[in-house]
Write a protein that binds this ligand. Structure first.
Ligand SMILES: [Zn+2]
Length: 244
């Protein structure tokens, strides 16, 4: 028997609210409101060993034992993938139902996996970005080569950062900012500046957002120590290349 259910199409939000999102290796997702999200679904050692044994053909795939083990490995992989998808969907759902403008950078996540292979595999943040692209009312994509990391939130001075530099002191104005939060802010600022939008900023929702994210299984969320002072962030006035 087949049952077809028609659900009302989800309305896209039009509330004028905006958020910037930075994807990364240390913090998987950082939002421009200062919320940092970490998650990873590692493959259990037992399954890794089994998989290795299989690829060295220590088991005969056609034997009863072999088929059973292969089934076990496959279902574990499937389970892991589903967990990652679930996290990505839940995060993206919250963002896209609460914010009309969602700014993120079109980083080449594929090239990151060369250096941080297992870390990327455990999170599939590329899947999160795809969710945003699909679901957001107005997705705003910042070009891959536009600099968003290491830009001072106060005066705009650019400095080179290593991956280990998390909190950054600006060499010219000496303000201290969080690396990922400032990148997320830069993305949001760039996109909104290009749109010519001047949006009311809203912090009341930050704590409810944090609560929601903390409730997602396998996800750690925290607020950046040095909360960004958004009013200090200069909105670009129609200059620079178009990141949208
Ligand atoms: Zn500065």
């Amino acid at each position: 028997m087949h049952v077809v259910a028609y659900l009302p199409k989800e309305e896209r939000v039009h509330n004028g609210r905006a958020i910037g999102i930075d994807l990364g290796i240390t913090n998987q997702v950082t939002f421009s409101n200062g919320i940092k999200v970490q998650y990873a679904i590692p493959m259990p050692e037992r399954i890794k060993k089994l998989y290795k044994a299989f690829s060295r053909s220590e088991y005969d795939k056609r034997s009863k034992r072999g088929t059973k083990l292969l089934q076990k490995i496959k279902s574990k992989f499937q389970h892991q993938n589903n967990q990652k998808k679930d996290i990505n969907n839940k995060l993206a759902h919250y963002v896209t139902t609460n914010y009309e403008y969602v700014a993120y950078q079109n980083d080449c996540i594929h090239s990151w996996s060369k250096f941080y292979g297992s870390r990327i595999l455990q999170t599939s943040i590329g899947g999160f970005r795809n969710c945003l692209k699909r679901k957001a009312s107005t997705p705003l994509e910042v070009g891959r080569f536009i600099r968003t990391t290491g830009v001072c939130m106060n005066c705009g001075t650019v400095q080179h950062l290593n991956l280990s530099d998390r909190m950054v002191v600006c060499p010219s104005c000496h303000s201290i900012f969080d690396r990922d939060v400032s990148a997320a802010n830069k993305q949001e600022g760039l996109c909104l500046g290009n749109l010519g939008e001047t949006l009311a900023e809203d912090y009341a929702s930050t704590s409810s957002m944090l609560e929601y994210i903390k409730r997602i299984p396998h996800v750690k969320a925290s607020i950046a120590v040095e909360a960004p002072n958004k009013r200090a962030w200069p909105r670009p006035q129609g200059r620079g290349s178009s990141p949208v």
